[in-house]
Design a protein. Sequence first.
Length: 696
Amino acid sequence: MKKVFSLFVVMCICLCTFTAFAADDYWNDDIYSSIEKVVKENTPTFPDVDFRVTDSKYSALVVDMEEEYFESDGKEGHIRKTQTVKDYTKAIQTAIDDASAAGGGRVIVPAKPGASRANPTVYYTGSIEIKSNVNLHLEEGTELRFVRNISNKYYPVVLTSFEGNDTYNYASPIHAFHAKNIALTGKGTLNPQADPYNWLPWKRGAFGFENQAKVVDVLVKEWSDKACTIERRLLNDGVTPLPDKIPTMKINWDNIEEVTYVDTPKDVKPLRSLLRPCTVEPYACENILIEDIRIINSPMWEVHPLRCRNILVRGLEIDSHGHNNDGVNPESTHYVIIENCSFSTGDDCIAIKSGKNRDGYNRGKVGGESCGNIIIRNCVFADGHGGVTCGSECTGGISNVFAHDNHFDSQNLQQVLRFKTNSYRGGLIENIYFKDNTVAKCSNALMYGETQYTLGSAQDKEGDLGPYTPQLKGVYMSNITAGAPDSPVNAKDAILWKAYERAPMTNIKVKDVTVYGVKNAISLSNVKNFELHNVKISLVDNPAELVTYNTDPIEISDVKLSVKGKECELKEGAKLEMPADFDKKDAVTVTGVITTADKNFVEGKASVNAFLDRGTLEPGNKAPVITPYAAEVKKISDGKYSFSVSVSLADKPDYQYAYRPDTEAENMKPGNHILSLVATGQPYNQNTWNYNVICK
């Protein structure tokens, strides 16, 4: 019986030159305008009715409480302390409930005369839930100071997520659930009081506190990766009984306020939570305004719209430097404008996300709930890991992100534009537009992408063993100025992109960019259709001496595979019948023609390499060893070169996880392969072609 293999060829060949590019290659006005239109039309307004939390009806609900908190014991541990404060939780929540029941209005948290940021009017409170048609307004000079009693009395169990994995956990200090037309406004301050001894030590188990890792491992590896139903992922304070009923993840976008509940499983003993909540988290809400608020001392991410639609975030001041203190993180959320905000954070300033691992893939529907249609403009970025970041929790995908007219300035800002994912997180990131931005300082790179991210959890450090293929394509950067001749950026790299051999980044285009003073200009690893047009970069030892970079297209043609004397042309969708005695362990030869004006090809310094799958596993080595097959390259004529490379299609080890998406099921089977051809001229000029080889 004859053995058959099918070769599916994806050939993305750049045929354009610098002069042929149109402006809309780097911007999409139609999508941008549609985002503005949707957000503007759905920005909430409210009845002209005020509910003041200091009115007699609500002030009567204020009670004394003992706030519990922790400080240093003077050595390497902690001690418990208490203080008596006024608890406004019930007063504020009742005012919100009344406003919503009356059809809407503004709930005012007033400042006393003479109050200021330095001398605020303080309201101690537990978690507050904003209801439909309510604007919670903090007057300038007020501060909501959230109590440090970490219990479900003050932070009840709600449906939420932690770093992209779905669970029930502590409510955020400000949260909303299945609400419509809501707002958080005013120039007041949100202060959850997170510090090295309260909330934050759970990150690593510092100062004698427990480490969140043991709960995160259960959430990721037991609950998410093993598809545990959400209703069984119960976390609480270890003392407070769970409610009799809990909400499901079902969303009815025709009636967002509808909530589906189920009985709380009686056979599940909840784990004691060590997972920190975000500061502001609307869940499954639509038509949201968050404006002018200041946020400090956050336990986790600061503003986290989760599975929401239609959001305007405007004028925020975020200054919080704790663990995972991302600024604004839209997750599985669509139609967002973030404008006129300032960021100085302990992690990414803005991080766009869509769920993590299997949860991200299955959230809402098979294939996940993507995140996208986002505008970021007129913002100022100081400290942070990334300025504008996509990932790392992005399994559901991210698309249509526009960032323009922003300014980045801090030596404590690592990356300006950042992408991060890996094969555990996967996801398709596409159509990212970044233009008309200025950079004064950053420490690592202006444009940084890694789809082999290893800096997260222990799982991420395992390498390319996950079940999802990360994809990054369609990133367009233009009209960017970084530094000046007398004030260099002082970053390590101007541009750094690195991807798996089997899943190169595609269509990364950069034009009209000037960067003064970096240690290294451009570093690439597995990038397809990478284009530079009028990109000028100088190094730190001579910031005024700019070098101009332009890429020359690298095209491939006449690609053939030969085995046992039979030659097969490789075309997309082609199905080839192999000789009856074909053995997959036999070597096959791949040949083709490269056309390019790249200088390294002209001078014989270029290379063509083939990569097969994820490589092979060596004894005792959990991670795959990916080895290139080097092709022989010969000049045919000016601008044309032939190549030939021998590759073994031996069965690969079956070490991949069993729940890989159906779209890649064929490539999971032993003997089926992903063959990549990578042609590299100048270090910053390469192209990659992928062939899915299915051997049966």
